[in-house]
Design a protein around this ligand. Structure first.
Ligand SMILES: [Zn+2]
Length: 299
């Protein structure tokens, strides 16, 4: 009887140790799904990650809701795009979270854009030109080479925030690096026919994709970033496209498609609604595959 009890206690003790260990995952607050996916790939079971936005939302504009503030309060690490993408809501969210671990300059503060060079950095900062980002275009997740640099920095940050699991993050980074480089090679081969394709865009969301795939942007529907097109501006774009035909009109599926549909009807240029980021049932790899396939399907 005594023996049995002792064994029982030992089992309980081991279970408690195992349970407390399995709950030691660090809490990560990602601003966008692409970073949540990257954190999940690099962190595996050592991280518990949630994203503030979904693929159906505009990451430039969301509300700092109480549920998000509560999540930010518990976070050990914040992973966002930076470069002013979240300037409309993240500063308030951070202030309200009262969480010292994830404030600017702390170990738990990671901005993807800080680890890559940015395109479209304005020479002169003029806010009258619309939602101009002083640091450059923040939509860096559409270039797989930049994703690689960001992943390397993120793996280091995870090790820093959670040093006990450093070798785990290092291994996952090594695996990701191999798999992602092979994917880039494959994608570049697949997408050669896209080189030089002329595109019309709604917002300057795709500059990194254009740069990577050598797409040529011939018109933008927003006259200034973040400003909806007026009918005068649309008429100008239409005149321009009658002289120089484009191959496709791209927009992010979360964006209003009114102007896009109008233009497509007038010009018969195919419209492609691309998912701007990873959906809930896929990862970064699948999202890239998905958008490339959509672009390749345009006839
Ligand atoms: Zn933008």
């Amino acid at each position: 009887m005594y023996k049995l009890k002792k064994r029982h206690l030992l089992v309980m003790l081991l279970f408690t140790l195992w349970a407390s260990n399995s709950h030691s995952a660090i809490n990560v607050f990602a601003c966008e799904p692409e970073w949540a996916s990257l954190v999940q790939i690099l962190g595996g079971e050592k991280v518990s990650v949630s994203s503030a936005t979904t693929a159906l939302q505009d990451p430039h504009h969301i509300q700092a809701r109480p549920s998000l503030i509560a999540k930010a309060r518990r976070a050990d690490l914040l992973v966002c795009t930076g470069a002013e993408l979240e300037v409309g809501w993240l500063p308030l969210l951070l202030r309200k979270s009262g969480n010292g671990r994830i404030q600017t300059g702390q170990a738990g503060y990671f901005m993807a854009a800080d680890h890559v060079t940015l395109l479209e950095k304005p020479k002169i900062l003029d806010r009258s030109q619309g939602d101009v980002h002083a640091d450059g275009n923040p939509h860096v997740h559409l270039d797989p080479h930049r994703i690689m640099l960001i992943a390397e920095a993120l793996a280091k940050t995870l090790s820093h925030v959670d040093p006990d699991n450093q070798s785990h993050y290092q291994n996952n980074w090594n695996n990701f690096k191999d798999k992602w480089s092979r994917a880039i090679t494959k994608w570049q081969q697949q997408s050669q026919s896209l080189q030089g394709k002329k595109i019309v865009v709604n917002h300057n969301s795709w500059v990194y994709l254009e740069d990577w795939l050598k797409l040529e942007r011939v018109a933008t529907l927003e006259p200034k970033p973040g400003i909806a097109p007026s009918s005068t501006h649309l008429a100008q774009v239409l005149t321009q496209l009658k002289q120089q035909q484009a191959d496709m009109i791209l927009y992010a599926s979360y964006q209003n498609d009114k102007a896009v549909r109008w233009l497509a009807q007038k010009t018969h240029i195919p419209v492609v609604a691309l998912a701007f980021t990873v959906s809930h049932d896929e990862d970064l790899f699948q999202w890239y595959e998905g958008i490339l396939n959509q672009l390749l399907d345009v006839k």
